[in-house]
Design a binder for this molecule. Sequence first.
Ligand code: F6P
Length: 525
Amino acid sequence: MLNDMPDKPQRSELPEWKALEAHKKQLENTEIKDLFASAPDRFDNFHLKHENLLFDYSKQGINADTIAKLSDLAKACDLEGEREKMFCGEKINVTEGRAALHTALRSPDNDPLIVDGENITPKIKETLERIKGFSTKIRAEKKFTHIVNIGVGGSDLGPYMAYEALKHYSDRDINFYFVSNIDASHLMETLRLVDPEKTLFIVTSKTFTTKETIANARSAKKWMQEQLGKKDISEHFIAASANIEEVNKFGIKQENIFPLWDWVGGRFSIWSSVGISFCIAIGFDNFNEMLKGAHSMDKHFCEAPLDQNMPAMLAMIGVWHRNFLKLPAISVTPYNQYLSHFCEYLQQLDMESNGKGISRDNISINYDTGPILISDTGTNAQHAYFQTLHQGTTIIPCDFIMVAKSNHQIEGHHDILLANAIAQTKALMDGEASEDPQKSFTGNRPSNTIIIDELTPYNFGMLLALYEHKIFVQGIIWNINSFDQCGVELGKTLANKIVDFLKKDIIETDTDSSTLGILKHIKDL
Ligand code: F6P
């Protein structure tokens, strides 16, 4: 039930929110480049460094007062208290009655962590040991040289993205494939590439009820049985799932099931058994390095004061854009080909978490939440959507992610890559006047720059945790539950009904004429 009771105030009614609205008016005529002109050392005061990550937010149209006011808002929303609740395993995912403990998966601590009366620490450590043992065996034996992960959403985007991101560290004698789409072409085109004798399917699904994944897994099983001419092909299938009963029904052996738990959200599950495919690719030591990097960001997030806190600052600047400058979209551009799948991963992480209009206490909220995220790698994105960033009528704030040291030395390449990224940040800010109106650039377009020293598993772990916590902070400020995804359910339910019409001859007549027209058109072809 929607609650419009006046005793549950909107965030926008907080005095700290109103102070930011007034502050925005004061800054209205401030140009970002003028802030640099009046304080040449601006960079010194408007960047943060945590280990191998640098976060430069000096090219934002903000001053110290903006940061103080944003911090006041975050505090008024009890960010610090909510952060504590998340790390302690309180059920902050109120809609689903679950904790959100992805951070526990990367914690080296052996201290007990109690969820529903059970200490989860031993389960995490035991599962990590199993992942270690299994991945080491697969890498050593080479009995399987084709590994196919079947999953969708967080059970695909995370491992696929991480596999690509850390490919430099991967075992090139094993081939990895990621099948997610129910479109048969995805599975069929993959099956053409693998040798059934040497193929291991990893069915990755937290719920093990996701239609696309189960359909793909069943078809893969049937294909394997046909190819090998035998019914028992169980050694070719393992699963990462929280639904052991359903995995058993599918026919995967107990020793081949790697668990995860309901307190790990799908899009935050890369740190769990869901990561087993790319753990095989990069080896457990590298996987563990990634966990360590993420843990380092967790510690920083918990300990640094808000104005020195990288995830909090990234988030608060996003709130400034969305709620006070009223900007609907953001662009995140990693200037690194290994991060090419970071884009889709981040879209799910951000938009599935924060694309919501009902508050945690069931109020229909009267302010904007998660932005539209557009993303592609630089420099490719420059040749696709950057025209809009420079001259479009909507200002789209950007995150530029650069990797300072390349994994490859081909003369000239890396300098050109980095020069492009840096030039974009400057062009967006400075703009350029021209007598030809078509060639003028207004400038004053804000951007953040994140620089990673080198794309190591450790640094990569830090980067992912940075964005995870950014999204958490924004969810708290917007008073929404970042850990559910009720919005994806309606379409799934309707698809279940429509699939029946496609299979049968009868079509429901009381549906709208568009839906009916589409169905008839397809069936008549
Ligand atoms: O898109 C909805 C969703 O529930 C995601 O949150 C999740 O990552 C994905 O489906 C896959 O879910 P599962 O891992 O249970 O198959």
